[in-house]
Design a protein around this ligand. Sequence first.
Ligand code: 13P
Length: 243
Amino acid sequence: MRKIVIAGNWKMYKTQAEALEFLQAFLPQLNQTPEEREIVLCAPFTALTVLSKNLHGSRARVGAQNIHWEDFGAYTGAISGPMLAELGVRHVIVGHSERRRYAWETDDPIMNLRVKAAQRHGLTPILCVGETKAQRDAGKIESHILGQLKTDLAEVDQENLIIAYEPIWAIGTGETCPADEANRVIGLIRSLLTNANVSIQYGGSVNPTNIDEIMAQPEIDGVLVGGASLKAESFAQIVNYQS
Ligand code: 13P
């Protein structure tokens, strides 16, 4: 069965104190959240401990924003699967377009290795794929995404996997991909997978105003939310969308 997964990606926001303040306002608002919705907060590495301690016994789970492909080694500045698993992290974003753009992390072969490293340590990778505006305008959405999936999912077990369709032009721009178009591309992604039960999220300028329409789409199993996940009030509205 496909799970509904609503995840916040805090990016490089929130100190530990700010994370705690968020939780105090956010967690009480999960009381009415339907049972079947899985809620994840993907925090910076420095806030993971505070989340782990304070989410224990709550509806929300802890997620990280990147993972190294090796378990240990001389990789200055990197964080590995065992380090995340020890903190109670359950999900990890892999291949976010901001990592691809600003940290020069490319598809071949390290996204594939990161996905496998997450699974090896019992974490669910949230693999991000999506096209630029130029690729969309050139009619290359399908070929681009197909290429990403082929490389990133080579020999990957699709049992413990989430995919996020994040059209790059819709991230942080306020320009949401129309819900029916996101639904179409996500349906295409699903047709390329071997496991029909993989949850596929949409990400890109999701907010409390457009969440109902997005989640009403039959192919969309959840959302990956940036800016609107930073405020307890707006993320609670998203998590408690009307079905
Ligand atoms: P915004 O919701 O701020 O557009 O960010 C989306 C995103 O990058 C989630 O990973």
